[in-house]
Design a binder for this molecule. Structure first.
Ligand code: ZN
Length: 353
């Protein structure tokens, strides 16, 4: 019921379609929200109505078990265990600050240091997935061979997703470990899905990225990276700043001049006011960092455990949802729209891992 409620809310606010009925073989997943127990030592999970099921742990799940999500992946059933525990968050030991630009020519461009790139081997799997998709299209509908081809394609997609997820975990862990402040653009899912159909608010942002990476992948990677950064920052006492994304690609990081002419080509940034020349993504990352620091120095401590988390700043979220959600959603705090935390409030952290 909870998931259904969420789906109807998403229809009203995010402009997804109405929830559809499940089909066999599509989205084979169910959530068990109560009466589940997990015995890691015995390798057993006790599920509602199913009883004890043998389980192979990929990693330890410390804390009290809250939810078990079961889903089918390539003929195997996977259980995601959601647990709850208290964590003591201490301020980050690092004192560096970094701004991140996601996804034009490089996967993640930090404001200083080497660009963070998806592993090259992902391209090989992407080429393979195109070939496999072609093979599916040649098979007769409803045939057994088509089914086999579909499962081969799905396996390839899973591999790509696994490589990306692994890469993003690595990258975001390192970023959260080495910095006290991480600034990112406050892009919205709605805006990003709109860009997929061709409206370009920020030129250069959605142009086809390097070979083998399509927009969908970058977009998915982006929101995944953000959610990882959110919880890793909160856990590590790192301040994560989500800054307004307007004109980050056109603003000069040296003098602050904003002009579309600054961006002659996709890759190069050349300021028309001060002759500052730089890699376009690097420039954008520096602009993002500066905006993050400006918000950070705005009467709030730069990084303390109590304040750690994400601050989405004013103006970052431009429009309220067009219509009200069906269920009574809790009112958002006025002023700072905050993703993840309440500013100024000392609170304990319930982290779901
Ligand atoms: Zn300039």
């Amino acid at each position: 019921m909870r998931d259904l409620c969420k789906a109807w809310d998403a229809k009203a606010t995010l402009r997804f379609g109405a929830p559809r009925f499940k089909k066999r073989g599509e989205g084979d997943a169910l959530r068990l929200p109560q009466d589940c127990r997990c015995d890691g030592k015995a390798g057993l999970v006790q599920l509602t109505k199913l009883g004890a099921v043998r389980l192979r742990h990929s990693r330890e799940a410390p804390g009290a078990l809250k939810n078990v999500m079961l889903r089918q992946e390539g003929g195997r059933w996977v259980a995601s265990l959601q647990t709850e525990r208290e964590l003591d968050v201490v301020p980050s030991a690092a004192d560096a600050a970094v701004g991140l630009d996601f996804g034009a020519a490089t996967t993640i461009m930090p404001s200083s240091g080497a660009p963070i790139e998806l592993p090259k081997r992902i391209g090989r799997y992407e080429r393979r997935s195109r070939r496999l998709a072609l093979a599916v299209s040649r098979k007769k509908k409803g045939s057994a061979n088509r089914k086999k081809a579909v499962s081969r394609l799905a396996q390839c997609h899973r591999r790509i997703a696994a490589i990306r997820r692994d890469f993003l975990h690595d990258a975001t862990s390192q970023l959260a470990r080495e910095h006290a402040l991480v600034a990112i653009e406050d892009l919205e899912a709605k805006r990003m899905t709109a860009s997929a159909v061709g409206t370009r608010e920020a030129p250069g942002r959605n142009v086809r990225a390097k070979a083998g990476l399509n927009r969908t992948i970058l977009r998915n990677g982006w929101s995944m990276a953000r959610s990882m950064l959110e919880y890793k920052a909160a856990r590590g006492g790192v301040m994560l700043m989500a800054v307004p994304p307007a004109y980050t690609s056109q603003e000069c990081s040296a003098c602050g001049h904003i002009a579309a002419e600054n961006r002659k080509t996709q890759a190069a940034f050349a300021c028309v006011a001060c002759d500052h020349v730089e890699n376009a993504d690097r420039n954008a990352a520096k602009v993002i960092l500066r905006r993050g620091q400006e918000i950070g120095s705005d009467g709030r401590p730069a990084s303390t455990a109590g304040y750690a988390g994400t601050y989405a700043c004013e103006g970052g979220r431009l429009k309220p949802p067009r219509s009200r959600p069906r269920s009574a959603a809790p009112a958002r705090p006025v002023g700072l729209a905050v993703a993840g935390t309440t500013p100024g409030a000392e609170r304990s952290w319930n982290l779901h891992s």
